[in-house]
Design a protein around this ligand. Sequence first.
Ligand SMILES: NC(=O)c1ccc[n+]([C@@H]2O[C@H](COP(=O)([O-])OP(=O)(O)OC[C@H]3O[C@@H](n4cnc5c(N)ncnc54)[C@H](OP(=O)(O)O)[C@@H]3O)[C@@H](O)[C@H]2O)c1
Length: 263
Amino acid sequence: MLEMVKYLEGQHAVVTGGSRGIGAAIAAEFVRRGARVTIMGRSAETLEEQARELRGERGVTVSVEECDVSSADSVANAFSRSVSTLGPVQILVNNAGTAKSRLFTQTTLADWNDLIGVNLTGTFLCTSEVVPGMMQAKSGRIVNVASTAGLRGYKTMTAYCASKHGVIGLTRALAQETAKHGITVNAVCPSYTDTYLTSLAVQNIVSNLHKTETEAMGMLTGVITRGTLITVEEVASAVSWLCSPDASGVTGISLPIAGGEVQ
Ligand SMILES: NC(=O)c1ccc[n+]([C@@H]2O[C@H](COP(=O)([O-])OP(=O)(O)OC[C@H]3O[C@@H](n4cnc5c(N)ncnc54)[C@H](OP(=O)(O)O)[C@@H]3O)[C@@H](O)[C@H]2O)c1
């Protein structure tokens, strides 16, 4: 275990989709590193539950904001309240996301709009809230939780892959615009990670391909060269490093956390 240096002390970090899964692990890692953290998501109840857990032992500052990242009004209101409560945002992690598995021929416009709206437009809207302030401050860190689906294609995932390829395009282009302003913009690209989203993927394979749960899980872990799911802590520590002073020279990258699946 690396030494627990509080290199985020004094910083306000916003994590969208911080109520469970990868986002909750990132929020917990930020708290350990000394940041004041706002977690955002659509359910106030789940957010409060997660915040209580984070505040628990340590008496740290964790705030919650109800927010649907696909809605411009909801995002503007949530960020305005968050800045009033914990001050200007120095770190933004665009993690809120959704996934759905459909053959392309069965993908409806509603499916498409839902995935692009949350995964890609949500990233655009939240990022738009923080970039002007970061430019003024001449510093800031933005990390987008993309996916290996932003780096390669998967069958039955056209809308999801398109949304995550879009997130990587946004990351690369924005890094070019912000590098001279002391801001870094990076993406992390996990493969199948041990969360609710992956359990949905397992259930989907069970229902549609008539496999057992063990067989379905084997199909997912078989994609990852090391043969096991990525853990939420593995994603959180990569995100935390990208926000650390040690990563000040890193911008525009899309870092696979994929156990060898993509290189
Ligand atoms: N799990 C994987 O295998 C995997 C692999 C690669 C990348 N990722 C990416 O990692 C991110 C997190 O995934 P996860 O596996 O941790 O999923 P998860 O367990 O389902 O958590 C998703 C989080 O996002 C929030 N959320 C969903 N829709 C939202 C919306 N419209 N507005 C605001 N918040 C919203 C959820 O809270 P509410 O539902 O209460 O709003 C929840 O906090 C996603 O971007 C996903 O695409 C996941």
